[in-house]
Design a protein around this ligand. Structure first.
Ligand code: FES
Length: 220
């Protein structure tokens, strides 16, 4: 799914700490996922309007992110607010990074460029514990088809539940390119303190899952 078509999972919430940023790709489009110091997550195009440096290489300063190259600073709306080489300049409103809407749900950061899409809902009251993001060398369609063969329910396009014994995993699929896919995996738990040992167990399970998915995609 593209950012224009709906809500796309772009990172585990736990992997983006306050004051940090990370690059990601959705359907070939490079984005930066960053979290300001108040804890709010943001998803933008990963390109500084000045000379095109990746914003994911930048530095978060409070509620601004500063580009690594010449230090231009952008507020949470993507608007450039400060240019170090011209400190008294009132920055033109046209200097702005294209932004997406960003929300967090099920321990996952979601982003969209659509104004009409609804966030996926699995109607689960449980808490979640992050397991890991898994990067698989095959397309999202093949990944989803293979996940269904091992029992994942198709709940909402790029989101599914997989029951393993008494446990339930939530798998959110991010299309990176036609040949690469990320799966963000969280464990549903009764309380966040329950996740510890099982998170490790399922992180190991996920590593084997990557191998199985790539094998299945090869023979499909
Ligand atoms: S490229 Fe970003 S400030 Fe120059």
């Amino acid at each position: 799914m593209t950012l224009e078509a709906g809500w796309v999972p772009v990172a585990l919430s736990a992997s983006i700490e306050p004051g940090t940023s990370a690059g990601a790709v959705v359907d070939g489009k490079e984005i930066v996922v960053w979290r300001d110091n108040s804890g709010k997550a943001h998803v933008w195009e990963d390109r500084c309007p000045h000379r095109g440096m990746r914003m994911s290489f930048g530095f978060v300063r409070g509620d601004h992110i500063a580009c690594l190259y010449h230090g231009w600073q952008y507020d949470t709306a993507g608007q450039c607010r400060y240019i170090p080489a011209h400190p008294t300049l009132e920055v033109p409103q046209t200097i702005k990074v294209p932004t997406c809407s960003a929300e967090e749900k099920y321990g996952i950061v979601w982003a969209t460029a659509s104004t009409e899409a609804s966030l996926p809902d699995i109607n689960a009251a449980a808490d979640v514990a992050p397991v890991r993001s898994l990067y698989v060398e095959c397309g999202a369609g093949d990944v989803i088809a293979a996940l269904k063969t091992i029992g994942m329910g198709d709940l909402n396009g790029n989101l599914g539940l997989l029951a393993l014994g008494e446990d339930q995993l939530l798998l959110a699929v991010q299309e990176i390119s036609t040949a690469k896919t990320a799966i963000h995996i969280v464990l549903l738990v009764q309380s966040v303190s329950d996740g510890g040992g099982k998170r490790k167990q399922y992180a190991q399970w996920a590593a084997r899952l990557r191998f199985d998915l790539e094998q299945m995609a090869e023979v499909a």
